[in-house]
Design a binder for this molecule. Sequence first.
Ligand code: NAD
Length: 246
Amino acid sequence: MTRIILTGAKGRMGTAVRTCIRSYSDLELVAEIDLGDDLAAHIARGDVVVDFSVHTATVPILECCAAHGKPAVVGTTGHSEAERKRIKELTQRIPVVLAPNFSAGVNALFWLVRKAAEILGPDFDLEIVEMHHRLKKDAPSGTAKALAEILAETRGLNLEAAARHGRVGIVGERPKAEIGIHAVRGGDIVGTHTVIFAGNGERLELTHHATSRDTFAHGALRAARWVIGKSPGLYDMRDVLGLRSA
Ligand code: NAD
């Protein structure tokens, strides 16, 4: 039996994870932690911590995991540069799976986007459009950022210089070394990501639609089973799905 501690338990993803755990006979939810609860008081009871909270909470949560030698799965997005750096430091002490998106379809999209960028080459303009529900706090989404990183890496671009977050006014002609990133917010959209490769006379669009949070929850629980017993380090869904060398 794998004993899970959930942080961000009262949120949308926390609710989905709680429901999905019930469908597995080998998983048990032993503690539900939300704002104001003391993780340290409960952590000894669990085998792994699953975090879907808010970016500012992840570092203290992982510090507690490191102090108690517990592995973790982090689905929370929107971390600052300083938070990312501290997360990386903490993974020298414990194994952590950090993924902006736990769905199998989005991880296939990551792979396809890299391949398409390699095949189509520098003549195709790159744009990313993501859509989420009106309550989402960070923008662009962690998944859109991961897609932009894949495109920048494949093209040999510095993402900080290449990223163009929306356009307004007299913006002039589009430079080649640009990756457009656009965040749409509204209603109850669970998550849609489109990568556009726009060339002369043709356009390729790769789109993933998430229609239920359960897909993220099941992926995170798969990562929770996988991360137990791994060496300290920072892992992502490519490791969990065995796609690292694909
Ligand atoms: P939400 O706002 O519904 O829930 C967040 C919860 O975290 C709230 O209940 C809040 O009270 C709680 N919280 C705040 N501070 C806390 C703390 N210090 N300790 C413990 N809990 C705390 O948000 P959501 O839609 O459930 O999303 C949560 C996070 O997961 C976001 O960063 C979102 O982008 C991300 N997300 C990731 C994936 C993925 O596949 N990786 C999928 C969906 C959402």
